[in-house]
Design a protein. Sequence first.
Length: 288
Amino acid sequence: MKIITDSRCTAYSSSGHPERPVRVSRTVERLKEQKELEISWVEPLSVADVIIERAHSQAHIARVKSPGADFDGDTPAHPGIYEHACRSVGGALRALKSAREGEISFSLLRPPGHHATRDHAMGFCYLNSIAIAALEALATGAKKVAVFDFDVHHGNGTEAILMNRSGAVYFSTHQFPCYPGTGTSNVGDNCFNYPVAPQTPRTEYRKVLARALADLKNSRPTLVAVSAGFDAYARDPIAQETLEAEDFHWLGQSIRGLGIPAFSILEGGYSRDLPDLILAYLKGLEGL
């Protein structure tokens, strides 16, 4: 299994902000101490602006390079944020490369990226890593790419970028109502949403996830890009859902069971238990 990370991704923070570097640093420590998974640690690929421009406008890229002021209340203008965001994109691209080589891969970096639209950074996200990786896959030979997004917040930015894009299909399970408040119905001809009410029982939540994965498989993609959020966890401080570690293990098993090359990148998940949730998911992907 390939885990993509870079210690520089923990080099910035905002006091009191839920998107903190310990999300990554504690998870790296947990994965290094465990003995069940055989892990190869690799760094992100470098990424050129031309790849990012498949998903984002040149004006947006220039804004992230020189932000000046915060993008919004959730998305601070950290010094060097463009370089940090590019590393996350590079992690997604490295995970994509591993998937194409038949390996299980997981990108473990900050910042996450599934809210950023073509022209707008938002919701902790500066560049949309999962959308960029999906578009790069299509541009380099993939026939059909499905993005499966199980982050508890709807990936409105991913939807906006991929909507009606030839060869791309998007499946999102998420809490509603929940920031940003979109994702109540399907849009375009390729974006499918599966909203879940707050405090939905685990068994019912699993049924929604299973339905989304069944629909994804029926769409017959040749590659699956997973936006892996762990904030539907019962004790996550941001959302109001009910999943437990064994549910994320089941998700990993279910994605493995699709029999389609897949890669995953870290999105949400703000509980202190995040390292154990990620480990459970990775064990499922590995078939343990």
